[in-house]
Design a protein around this ligand. Sequence first.
Ligand code: GN1
Ligand code: MG
Length: 365
Amino acid sequence: MTDLAAIARQFVFPGEILFVREYGTGNVNDTYLVRVTGGRTVLDFILQRLNPAVFPEPERIMHNLRVLDDHVRPKLLVRSNHRWELPAIIPTRRGTDYYREHDGALWRVQTFIADTENFATIKSEAQAEEAGRGLGFFHGLIHDLPVHLLHDTLPGFHVTPGYLAHYTVLAADPPRPDLSTEALFCHRFIAEQQEGGEVLEAARARGELLPCPIHGDPKLANILFAHDTGQAVSLIDLDTVKPGLLHYDIGDCLRSCCNPAGEDADLAKVSFNLAYCGAILRGYLPQVASFFSPFDYQYIHDAVHLIAFELGVRFFSDHLAGDIYFRIRRPGQNLHRATVQFALCRSIEAQETEIRKIVRDLQKT
Ligand code: GN1
Ligand code: MG
């Protein structure tokens, strides 16, 4: 058993540690809340152990976090008219940004963004618009960060053809064979859709979409909304801030926010909510208009469809591999999660004309 209190004590807090407890719903890292008291005030912090199986070189993540902080924090000081917060890195007693345990695992602490909440599913169009505005604001903060300053901490992340190649290997000789109806559905779905997996990488190869800094994981649960105003005020889970395509983020945010049934839903309830999609893009596009190209608009629909498909492929591959990447809370959960993403894909396809129209109409205004 890890001695969490002993690990927390490696960091410099502005007071005494009251407790450390598990926190959040992440699928990859271990996350804890550390409550600290300094006299009459109580402050919270987020302590995390980065998953070494997913992030083999976690010090590079900490490098990226530092670069992000140096770039963004000065901007926040001058744009004080609107609340936006970037979690700050809390140093260790040795003055470093992270602590390495004997087993090699990397631990780090960040400030907790107070008076906010996050959601598993979108509650209203107003909230969807805020989610989009938040992602756009974040993209505005990072788009001029020179991309070569960031390490590629997770090579192949969101590169769909790579996930498909990995799936093909697993499907030929799965560590965990599965002949269930759900698994057969997934195999058939992937075979049918495989060709479309190139769309964003091909656009990147043609120079139509340009590599730039991205968040990497802007699903709804990673957007914090202020308790009082309901405004999006922070994007958390910054471990995948790295070079990529903005469209990975756009696709991920939309596939997550426009599926109100959630990632582990009853299949019959899964559908892509067009009204939320419109609201998100209404919030998002004005924030990025100054640096968006015609190609950027053109590939939005493809991105949403692709990232939903890709996540389905990732979940299904992990199911075949024996659930070694995404944490599961019951057997077969990654298989079920895959079918949910594929059902969402179908719904996105069925509404392609409408999604493209939303983008076109917003592009004109
Ligand atoms: C993982 O760990 P978490 O929940 O923040 C994954 C994302 C997926 C997401 C699906 C590094 O994120 O790409 O979209 O699960 N993160 C990584 O819930 O693979
Ligand atoms: Mg994440």
